[in-house]
Design a protein around this ligand. Structure first.
Ligand SMILES: [Ca+2]
Length: 383
C-alpha cells in the first residue's frame, strides 16, 4: 500500500511540477474537443485588453480599455503609443478597436475607436478617429482626424460595440471602412432611421458616405447605414471570397453568427433566438420574413467576441474556417463551412475568457485574453 501511495504521490508531484514548469515557460498544449492540438506561448500580459491588430507578422497594436495603446513586437516587448486621445473608461467602454489602413506601409494610417463623453461624463458615445502612427522607441500618433461617432450620446456604459474592419483588397469595398455601432442597451434605436445605434456603418476611408449605400431615402443619417437591427456585435471579418460575417451577443442566449448582407435587417430587438434577462420571450427570426436570421446561433450562450477567418500554412486543414473568441464560454471556437453553412466543430479551452483573435500571414493564431493580467498568446501547431 505504501509503495502504491508513493507512486501515486510521485505521479501527482510530477504532474504538479509539469504544470509549474509549463507556467514558468509560459507555454502550453491545448487539446480541442475534437482532438486537434494547438500549442500556445504567452508573450506578454495586459490589463483589460480589448483589441489586437497585426501590422505585419512582426509587430502588432493592442488596445487596453483604460486608454493605453500598445505597440508590441513579435517577442512581446511592448511600448505605449503617445498622443492617444483621452477615453471615457468604465463599464464596457474605454479605448476600443484599432485597425490598420490597407496601405499602412506607405501612409502609416491607423483607425481607433473609443468611448468619449459629454455633459461632464453624463452621456457617452463611441467615436472613430484616424491618425498617423510613427513607429520608433517612443511611438506616437499625429494628424488625428475625426471619422465618425455614435448619435445620440446616451447614458450608460454598455453595448458600444465599436469594432471595425476594412473592405478586402480587390473587392467593391476596397478602402471602405465598416464600423459596428451597438444598441447602447437601449434596444429600439436598432430599428430607427434617426439614430445610428444598432447598425453596421459603411464609410469611405476619409469618413465620407459612399453613394451606393443601401438606405438613400430614410434621412441623412441613414445614408451611412449598411445594415440595421443589431444588438452588440463584437466580431466582424471578411471571409476569403468577400463575404462579411459578424458575431453578435444575444440577450439571454441566442448569440448569433451572421452573414452581413447589404441593406438587411437583423431583427433586434423585435426578433431573437434568445430571451430577455427578465425572462420575457422574444419571437424567433423565423416569425417574420422581414428579418435576416442568423446563419448559426447558440443556446446556451457562448458570449462571442472577436472573429477571424483562418488562412495559412500553420493549420492548413483549417483554411476557410472561422475562429470565434468566447468570453463566457472561455474558449476559442472553431467553425467549419459546408456550402457556406457554418457549423461549430471544436472548442479549445484554457479557462480564460478570449477577447480578440488575429491570424498572421504565416498562419499563426494570435489571441488576447480578457480581463486583468490577460495574456497575449501565440498559437502554433507544435512548440
Ligand atoms: Ca438577429
Amino acid at each position: 500500500m505504501k509503495l502504491k501511495f508513493n507512486l501515486v504521490g510521485a505521479i501527482f508531484l510530477a504532474l504538479f511540477l509539469g504544470g509549474v514548469l509549463a507556467n514558468n515557460l509560459h507555454a502550453k498544449q491545448i487539446i480541442g474537443t475534437r482532438g486537434s492540438k494547438i500549442f500556445g506561448e504567452v508573450l506578454a500580459t495586459f490589463d483589460k485588453p480589448w483589441a489586437l491588430s497585426l501590422i505585419n507578422d512582426g509587430t502588432m497594436l493592442i488596445t487596453t480599455k483604460n486608454g493605453t495603446l500598445w505597440l508590441v513586437d513579435a517577442s512581446g516587448v511592448k511600448k505605449p503609443v503617445g498622443n492617444v486621445p483621452e477615453v471615457s473608461f468604465g463599464g464596457q467602454g474605454g479605448l476600443g478597436d484599432v485597425i490598420i489602413h490597407p496601405e499602412f506601409d506607405k501612409n502609416r494610417l491607423i483607425y481607433i475607436s473609443y468611448v468619449s463623453s459629454d455633459n461632464f461624463g453624463l452621456t457617452k458615445f463611441a467615436k472613430v478617429i484616424r491618425a498617423k502612427l510613427t513607429i520608433s522607441d517612443t511611438p506616437i500618433l499625429t494628424g488625428i482626424t475625426d471619422i465618425w461617432q455614435q448619435i445620440p450620446a446616451t447614458r450608460g456604459s454598455g453595448h458600444f460595440s465599436h469594432k471595425m474592419v476594412f473592405g478586402p483588397a480587390g473587392s467593391d469595398y476596397e478602402r471602405d471602412i465598416f464600423i459596428i455601432s451597438g444598441d447602447r442597451q437601449k434596444m429600439y434605436p436598432a430599428q430607427r432611421w434617426d439614430t445610428n445605434l444598432g447598425k453596421i456603418i459603411r464609410l469611405t476611408e476619409d469618413g465620407k458616405v459612399p453613394k451606393d449605400n443601401p438606405f438613400q431615402n430614410k434621412g441623412l443619417l441613414a445614408k451611412s447605414f449598411w445594415t440595421l437591427g443589431h444588438r452588440n456585435v463584437l466580431g466582424i471579418a471578411f471571409r476569403k471570397g468577400g463575404q462579411l460575417w459578424s458575431t453578435e451577443m444575444g440577450p439571454k442566449d441566442g448569440d448569433e453568427l451572421n452573414l452581413i448582407q447589404k441593406g438587411a435587417n437583423y431583427g433586434w430587438p423585435i426578433v431573437s433566438e434568445g430571451s430577455h434577462y427578465s425572462g420575457i420571450k422574444i419571437p424567433s427570426h423565423k416569425t417574420s420574413t422581414e428579418f435576416q436570421a442568423p446563419a448559426l446561433f447558440w443556446i446556451p450562450t457562448i458570449a462571442p467576441s472577436g472573429l477571424a477567418f483562418y488562412e495559412g500554412a500553420e493549420f492548413p486543414t483549417w483554411n476557410g474556417n472561422a475562429l470565434i473568441g468566447g468570453l463566457r464560454s472561455r474558449a476559442l471556437i472553431r467553425i467549419e463551412f459546408n456550402n457556406d453553412k457554418p457549423e461549430e466543430v471544436e472548442r479549445f479551452s484554457w479557462s480564460k475568457r478570449v477577447r480578440d483573435i488575429e491570424i498572421g500571414k504565416d498562419g499563426v493564431i494570435w489571441v488576447i485574453e480578457d480581463g486583468d493580467n490577460a495574456s497575449l498568446i501565440k498559437f502554433l501547431k507544435s512548440p
